[in-house]
Design a binder for this molecule. Structure first.
Ligand code: SF4
Length: 149
């Protein structure tokens, strides 16, 4: 059995509302990066946690702390999600640091299959980030916020 943890990008989960459904479906169906495991080896999802945010002053320290939520449970491999693969400028550094800190854990970059090119994916995500959204400021300033759906 392979005991698997998943690390997601908090930009995708916390800001853009990804539930990780695509990554979890790929694990269940053994597709994408999960197709590489031997067919007779059961896959057990141990946990899923999001990155603590882009590193700013803390470098990898915050991530190494947080990822213990997975490594403390005899995790064999941690998959960085497709979002991290396509979007995160720090993924290779994180992989190196996590494998150094937790030598019994293998880091795999990727989860679900890639349906469009990483460039196309990045362009779509960039548009999502840049769309006009109402915020609490609009409520505070009473700027025409319509609660009707
Ligand atoms: S460091 Fe990478 S994975 Fe973490 S929030 Fe930033 S882009 Fe996402």
């Amino acid at each position: 059995m392979a005991r698997i943890g998943i690390l997601t990008c908090s930009n995708a989960t916390q800001d853009l509302g990804c539930s990780s459904a695509g990554c979890l479906a790929a694990l269940r169906k053994r597709k994408g990066a999960f197709a590489d495991y031997p067919q007779d080896q059961p896959l057990d999802l141990i946990g899923i946690i999001n990155c603590p945010g882009c590193p700013t002053l803390t470098g990898t320290d915050k991530l190494l702390q947080r990822i213990r939520a997975l490594t403390e449970f005899r995790t064999d491999a941690i998959h960085f999600t497709y979002c991290m693969k396509a979007l995160c400028p720090f993924k290779e550094k994180y992989k190196t640091e996590v494998e150094k800190e937790f030598p019994n854990v293998k880091v795999v970059i990727g989860t679900h299959q890639e349906h469009i090119t990483p460039e196309e994916y990045r362009e779509k995500v960039k548009k999502l980030f840049n769309q006009q959204r109402k915020t609490m400021i609009d409520v505070i300033l009473d700027k025409n916020v319509d609660n009707k759906r």
